[in-house]
Design a protein around this ligand. Structure first.
Ligand SMILES: Cc1cc2nc3c(=O)[nH]c(=O)nc-3n(C[C@H](O)[C@H](O)[C@H](O)COP(=O)(O)OP(=O)(O)OC[C@H]3O[C@@H](n4cnc5c(N)ncnc54)[C@H](O)[C@@H]3O)c2cc1C
Length: 401
């Protein structure tokens, strides 16, 4: 076996998690082979929010500055009532003492992937196989063996010391290892609509990230550098097929801005939301990370961020192992990351979703008053923002042994 095959880490999946893991390992002098099924990186609209600790981590790879230059800094976000414009507005300057980046960065996930891929391509320690699908694996005391296939049907056999499964929510690796992905699929379909329509000119005091109650429903408005992304839902009695009809999308937007006759729509994309997690992130020499290990409601914008935090924790442990420390550190990776994803990320995302889907007007009023009281109290506001910005979870993880 050649030296590289003995030492390398094989990473499956060139999403944000696999790419960041590959860059971090290469930075520590660990050889990596990165396998990606797609021939080019997709530009579909997925994550759009980067939280402060993620920017701090990405900064160590020199990726935050270009991301910030290509994104939009959002110092405040709000929960609001559409009819009255009443709102609770959280201001991240409250946590300026806790982070160098006291804002949410609104920026498309694919921009991170493009930047990270350009860096990976320029790094001799990283071999990249685009258009190659992972198919099977085996492991023994010496390492892992991975079989892949190119788009033309050519087999590719690889050997390595460890395998990082960053192959996303439908992870083939998770399936092959028969790891139960416990949880649920929420009943509703979210409809993502993008438009250049200037909502900020029509809705007083709008922030760039807004979660909104409207009579009988909810919607969110998230700003990206050059467009708004608006999440809406099927109306009562409407099938999802009906809800997606262009005229009905117009009706949904007209409920938000009744004075507007027509909205120019760039993209309509329905998606289902799940809340699922595996129990252990380490299976021998296979390490699960990102969506392959946990998925949650996008409410609060935490899924990708959580996966990047997995990648940092895991690659710290691997680097220490390559320097001679015990492989038990890989169990510590699982013990530190799994409970945080479960309690802090899945739990929080679930509560955010439940809050916005609450139909009862009195309950909405109580929740809004409570959020406004939190904003008005500096201690409570800081606590709340540390948690929603994913700092509390990372601090807790450090205390887990
Ligand atoms: C609409 C929407 C909005 C979201 N908003 C946010 C947000 O604001 N903030 C946030 O933090 N998160 C958000 N998320 C979640 C975020 O997109 C995911 O958590 C993130 O993409 C996970 O990254 P990953 O690298 O683990 O997986 P992925 O990005 O899914 O990457 C997995 C990669 O593995 C490849 N792959 C899969 N199988 C194989 C195989 N067999 N062989 C080779 N390659 C394979 C895939 O092609 C893919 O490139 C959102 C998601 C959606 C759908």
């Amino acid at each position: 076996m050649d030296e590289r095959a003995r030492d390398q880490v094989i990473v499956v999946g060139a999403g944000p998690v696999g790419l960041v893991a590959a860059l971090r390992l290469a930075e520590q002098g660990i050889p990596v082979t990165l396998i990606e099924r797609e021939t080019t990186l997709p530009h579909d609209l997925r994550a759009s929010t980067f939280h402060p600790p993620t920017l701090e981590m990405l900064d160590t790879l020199g990726l935050s500055e270009p991301l910030i230059a290509d994104g939009l800094e959002v110092p405040t976000w709000q929960v609001r009532r559409h009819e009255t414009h009443e709102r609770a507005e959280f201001d991240l300057s409250v946590i300026a003492g806790d982070t160098r980046y006291p804002f949410r960065l609104q920026c498309e996930q694919w921009k991170l992937c493009e930047l990270a891929m350009a860096r990976a391509e320029a790094d001799d320690a990283i071999d990249i196989y685009m258009g190659h699908t992972f198919e099977s694996l085996s492991q023994d005391d010496d390492g892992v063996r991975v079989q892949c296939r190119s788009a033309d049907g050519e087999p590719l056999d690889l050997r390595g010391r460890y395998l990082i499964a960053a192959d996303g929510s439908r992870s083939t690796i998770r399936g092959l290892l028969e790891l139960p992905f416990e949880g649920l699929t929420y009943p509703e379909t979210t409809i993502l609509v993008t438009t250049h329509f200037p909502f900020e000119d029509h809705l007083p005091g709008l922030s760039r990230v807004n979660y909104v109650w409207i009579k009988g429903g909810t919607f969110s408005l998230l700003r990206l550098p050059d467009l708004w992304r608006c999440s809406v839902y099927a109306a009562a009695g409407e099938t999802i097929e009906q809800a997606l009809e262009p005229e009905r999308i117009q009706t949904k937007l007209k409920r938000i801005i009744p004075s507007q006759d027509h909205f120019e729509i760039l993209e309509i994309r329905p998606y289902r939301i799940h809340q699922r997690i595996i129990e252990h992130y380490r299976i021998g020499r296979v390490l699960m990370a990102g969506d392959a290990a946990h998925i949650n409601s996008p409410s609060g914008g935490m899924g990708m961020n959580c996966g990047v935090h997995d990648a940092f924790n895991l690659t710290d442990k691997l680097a220490r192992i390559y320097r001679g420390e015990s492989t038990d550190l890989l169990d510590l990776y699982s013990r530190q990351r799994q409970p945080i994803a479960k309690e802090e990320i899945l739990g929080q995302a679930h509560r955010n979703r439940t809050r916005m889907l609450e139909p009862d007007e009195d309950e909405r009023t109580r929740t809004l008053r409570d959020l406004q009281a939190t904003v008005a109290d500096p201690v409570r506001a800081r606590d709340y923002l540390l948690r929603s910005s994913m700092i509390t979870g990372l601090r807790k993880a450090e205390t887990l042994q």
